[in-house]
Design a protein. Structure first.
Length: 192
């Protein structure tokens, strides 16, 4: 049996840390959606589901404090996590989703997965909100893909980041299916 990497934090500990730092409702839902997608991607890729889930949950830990200063986003998170003895792999993955502002590159599958996952959440939520019922259950993967081509739809969503799913071996169609399914599983927590 493969020995488990000591992450320096448990899933429960990550949830407590998340609740301490993430107060805004929409941001919290975004982080929960990203966590769900990251876990689904890890399962599909044979990666560490706990590690990938924690990275998804904590990726915007400092966003409320740094949202108006993109170059500092994730640096405060990195400091908090280092002080708590969190494994550098988690810290590096979280920093990587802000790679452009930090002048770094994404290099590992977890880096590309997080970038794609945290961006697809906005597109899927927007696709749900244009449905009459405003429910994730009404959203089809094909409509998310169609909406992705409409630049004016959910215009703040970084579509080039979503396409990084290909760097983890998934086509856009497969990635949208996995992401939508993961978010549909937690629709109650997302209020959709």
């Amino acid at each position: 049996m493969e020995e488990r990497l000591d992450l320096g934090i448990s899933e429960e500990g990550a949830r407590e840390l998340f609740q301490e730092y993430v107060k805004a409702g929409n941001l919290a839902k975004h982080c929960l959606a990203t966590e769900a997608i990251m876990k689904a991607l890890a399962r599909r890729s044979g990666e560490d589901e706990i590690l990938w889930g924690i990275v998804g949950l904590l990726h915007d830990l400092d966003f409320e404090e740094t949202k108006d200063d993109p170059p500092s986003h994730t640096l405060k998170s990195a400091q908090i996590l280092r002080e708590k003895g969190i494994h550098p792999l988690i810290i590096q993955a979280i920093k990587s989703h802000n790679a452009e502002a930090l002048g770094m590159e994404r290099v590992r599958p977890i880096d590309f997965a997080l970038s794609a996952a945290e961006n697809i959440t906005g597109l899927i939520v927007a696709a749900a909100l244009v449905q009459p019922e405003k429910r994730l259950a009404s959203v089809k993967a094909s409509s998310v893909i169609k909406r992705m081509k409409e630049k004016a739809f959910a215009k703040n969503v970084r579509r080039e980041a979503i396409l990084e799913c290909e760097r983890i071996g998934l086509s856009l169609d497969e990635f949208v299916e996995v992401s939508l399914g993961a978010m549909q599983e937690i629709h109650e927590a997302l209020g959709l």
